[in-house]
Design a protein around this ligand. Structure first.
Ligand code: ADP
Ligand code: MG
Length: 347
């Protein structure tokens, strides 16, 4: 009893809440003064429900494994977990205090995108984190601008770190099929197909494009909308074998024929599936409201990168160096937003 009292007392005076930093599905994050170490920390207070508690235990175990075994010297742009403890049926996790998330940064910039130099630096650092995660066999499952934070300036060099392992899992031990935030959801997850660390590379591609354009690449109002935007912007569609085996193919595609090995040109079609038309989607689920027509940005990937509207640029009046950089960026993105998870670039 006395022990319990001292423990409670200790907890009450250790962390002093200064302000709320964020709120998500899993709970709330507060900026706290840590009276023991005399420094600021971020404390994530998980909702007091068993399912969230279980997943938070996963976050703690995967992140401590990453921190201790795969990045002991804190060199790979993954947030450091400091401690965790129960408090009134809530699990609390303390992290090093970081800065704004990338969505907040984009908003501050009026959603006009970052200079290529920052896109490049941040991309390289996120890739560094993804290499470590892949090495550890961990899939993040929720990579998006809100889960990438600016690091406090060290020698005034800009930097980022990946946070929020609250949806992460081990490769080969995937349990959930409803993962990733919709705009950043990979085709294989949308379609209900077994997934790997490649789904993080898809999300990463979406993030890189968004950092440059300033707006999400596939801001679909529904899963169908996301998928049709992918097909329009990237060109092509998921490979036939994936469509044949995925659980949700029929939600989005119509079977229009068969292709036999060695007879790719059967019926003049390259695929035995085609995406449903909007009318067919409506007929499929007439109770749902019609998808809004706020189609922006739309257009092919290279058009988006070269001529994002508010700069009123086109290839013709871009400086030569920027033109080359844009071409390189389009090429880079094509390796990432690749429908086939086996052909998609690894970190
Ligand atoms: P959730 O699982 O609910 O999304 P996150 O871990 O992503 O929780 O945290 C939610 C938000 O809180 C983040 O998007 C970020 O803005 C803020 N945040 C989280 N961790 C930190 C941190 N270490 N330093 C500063 N802000 C943080
Ligand atoms: Mg989050």
């Amino acid at each position: 009893m006395l022990h319990h009292f001292i423990w409670q007392f200790f907890l009450v005076i250790r962390y002093i809440v200064e302000e709320m930093l964020g709120q998500g599905t899993f709970g709330q994050v507060a900026k706290c003064w840590d009276a023991e170490t005399n420094s600021y920390v971020a404390v994530k207070v998980i909702k007091n429900q068993p399912a969230f508690y279980q997943q938070a235990i996963m976050e703690v175990s995967l992140l401590s494994m990453l921190n201790e075994n795969f990045d002991p010297d804190d060199q790979h742009h993954i947030v450091r977990m400091l401690d965790f403890f129960p408090w009134k049926n809530h699990l609390c996790i303390t992290f090093e205090m970081l800065g704004h998330n990338l969505y907040e940064l984009l908003k501050k910039n009026n959603l006009r995108g970052l200079q290529l130099q920052f896109v490049r630096t941040f991309s390289r650092q996120i890739l560094d984190a993804l290499i470590v995660m892949k090495g550890a066999g961990i899939i993040h499952c929720d990579l998006k601008p809100e889960n990438i934070l600016i690091t406090p300036k060290v020698n005034s060099a800009a930097g980022v770190k990946v946070i929020d392992f609250g949806s992460a899992c081990m490769e080969g031990k995937t349990i959930y099929s409803y993962i990733q935030s919709r705009y950043y959801r990979s085709p294989e997850v949308l379609l209900g197909y077994p997934y790997t660390t490649a789904i993080d590379m898809w999300s990463f591609g979406c993030i890189v494009a968004e950092l440059y354009i300033g707006l999400p690449l596939f801001p679909g109002a529904s899963e169908y909308d996301v998928l049709s935007r992918m097909i329009e912007i990237v060109g092509g569609q998921p490979p036939d074998d994936l469509l044949r085996e995925a659980k949700n193919t029929r939600k989005f595609f119509k079977h229009v024929g068969s292709i036999y090995p060695g007879n790719e040109a059967h019926n003049g079609l390259r695929s035995s599936y085609r995406i449903l038309t909007e009318d067919e989607v409506e007929a499929r689920d007439s109770k749902k409201p019609k998808i809004g027509k706020w189609y922006f940005p739309r257009g092919r990937l290279d058009r988006l990168i070269f001529a994002y509207p508010w700069k009123n640029l086109n290839e013709g009046n871009l400086p030569e160096t920027e033109k080359e950089d844009c071409l390189a960026l389009v090429d880079f993105l094509r390796g990432l937003v690749e429908f086939d998870p086996n052909k998609r670039w690894s970190p």
